[in-house]
Design a protein. Sequence first.
Length: 68
Amino acid sequence: MAYYPKRGFCNPKCADRCAAAGMKDRCLNYCEICCKECKCVPHGTYGNKDDCPCYRDKKNSKGKGKCP
């Protein structure tokens, strides 16, 4: 059984992460997927992905970064 962070953990972290995103809905969607899998979200609205290596290293089917 997978471990998920406490309910409500990802929503505020992803809201902060995606605050400046042009496509906010898409940013929130991918951020929440990554947060649930990695159990963390880098601070700030951009960059700082070394805070969370799992989040940084997730790739989409085209080999590009999956997490915003």
